[in-house]
Design a protein around this ligand. Structure first.
Ligand SMILES: [Fe+2]
Length: 286
C-alpha cells in the first residue's frame, strides 16, 4: 500500500517533518517534528509544530504514532508538545538508552533522569512491526550516524532519517558520540537493498546552491547517483571519505539544547524552584 506523505520543511534547521496516512480521516504517523528554538533568547515557539496540528485537524487524522528516527542534534523535537495536542504514542529506537546514558553523564543530569527510555511511550526493536491504521509499518535499525537510528517503512515507503541525504548531498556525519562510519555504510546498504522503486523520504535537505529543498527519492536513484554511497563505493572508501569530511564539520548550532531535550522525548528538564526550566552548557567537556 502506498501511503500519502505530506512533508513540512523547516528552513531554520533544514529539517523535514512528515505526516503519513492512508487517506484523510484515518490514522497517521508524524515523523521527526520540530519545536522552534531561538538560542539567543532561550525561547521555544510552536509555529512549526502548529502547522502539523492544523494539517492533522484539517485532514481529520487520528495520530497513532509520533516517531523519532533518532535523538536529533540540530533541532528540538516537538513530540511532547504534539502528543499533548493530538495524542498518539511517542516511539524511538530501543538503543536510545545508549544515547541517554552517554548524555546523562555529559550533562550530569538530575538523579531522576533514568537512561532506560521511560521518557518515550514505546521503544522499537529492529524489525518490529506496527500499524498506522490500515498501513503496515516496520522499524529498521540503521545505526551509524547515532547508535539508535531507525528508518521506518510504512506501506511501500521508507523514511530514512539521517542515514541518507539526497543523492547530490550524500550521507550524514558519523562523529557524534556513538557514531560509527562502518555501521552507517552497512545501514545504507541495508536500505539500498530494498526494491529499486522504493520511495525514500529524507529527514533533512541541505541543497547545493541553485536548487530548492527536496526530500523524496528512490532506492534506484540513490544507488545510481548518491555522491557518497552509489553502487561501487566500498566500505573502506566510504569510511575514509566520511572521516576526512567529518573532521571539517563544525558542531551543529543547536546540538547542546537539542540533545538535552530530545533524550527526554521533547520534554523540557524539570523546572527549578523558581518555576523555570534550564538547559546546561558543559564547559570544555565536549
Ligand atoms: Fe541527525
Amino acid at each position: 500500500m502506498t501511503p500519502i506523505v505530506t512533508s513540512f520543511f523547516d528552513p531554520d534547521t533544514w529539517t523535514v517533518s512528515h505526516v503519513v496516512c492512508e487517506k484523510a480521516g484515518t490514522a497517521c504517523a508524524i515523523i521527526d517534528s520540530v519545536l522552534d528554538y531561538d538560542p539567543k533568547s532561550g525561547r521555544t515557539r510552536t509555529a512549526s509544530a502548529n502547522k502539523l496540528v492544523a494539517f492533522v485537524h484539517a485532514q481529520n487524522l487520528q495520530v497513532a504514532w509520533i516517531l523519532e528516527t533518532h535523538a536529533h542534534a540540530d533541532h528540538l523535537s516537538a513530540a511532547h508538545y504534539l502528543r499533548g495536542k493530538l495524542g498518539g504514542k511517542i516511539a524511538i529506537g530501543a538503543a536510545i538508552t545508549q544515547v541517554q546514558d552517554v548524555f546523562k553523564r555529559v550533562f550530569n543530569l538530575e538523579p531522576g533522569f533514568r537512561a532506560d527510555g521511560r521518557q518515550f511511550d514505546h521503544l522499537l526493536q529492529d524489525g518490529e512491526t506496527f500499524a498506522v491504521g490500515a498501513l503496515q509499518a516496520q522499524a529498521l535499525s540503521v545505526p551509524g550516524h547515532t547508535p539508535a537510528c531507525m528508518a521506518y517503512r510504512i506501506g511501500d515507503t521508507v523514511f530514512v532519517g539521517d542515514t541518507l541525504f539526497m543523492p547530490d548531498v550524500g550521507t550524514a556525519r558519523c562523529d557524534f558520540p556513538g557514531g560509527h562510519a562502518p555501521a552507517l555504510y552497512r545501514s545504507v546498504r541495508r536500505l539500498l537493498s530494498l526494491p529499486p522503486e522504493t520511495r525514500l523520504f529524507m529527514c533533512h535537505d541541505y541543497p547545493p546552491e541553485g536548487r530548492s529543498p527536496i526530500w523524496e527519492t528512490t532506492v534506484a536513484e540513490q544507488r545510481a547517483k548518491n555522491i557518497h554511497v552509489h553502487d561501487g563505493v566500498s566500505e573502506v572508501e566510504f569510511v575514509k571519505m566520511r572521516a576526512a569530511r567529518d573532521a571539517t564539520l563544525d558542531m551543529p548550532t543547536l546540538i547542546l539544547p537539542s540533545v538535552q531535550v530530545n533524550i527526554r522525548a521533547g520534554e523540557m528538564p524539570p523546572a527549578e524552584d523558581n518555576g523555570v526550566s534550564y538547559l546546561k552548557i558543559p564547559l570544555n567537556a565536549l
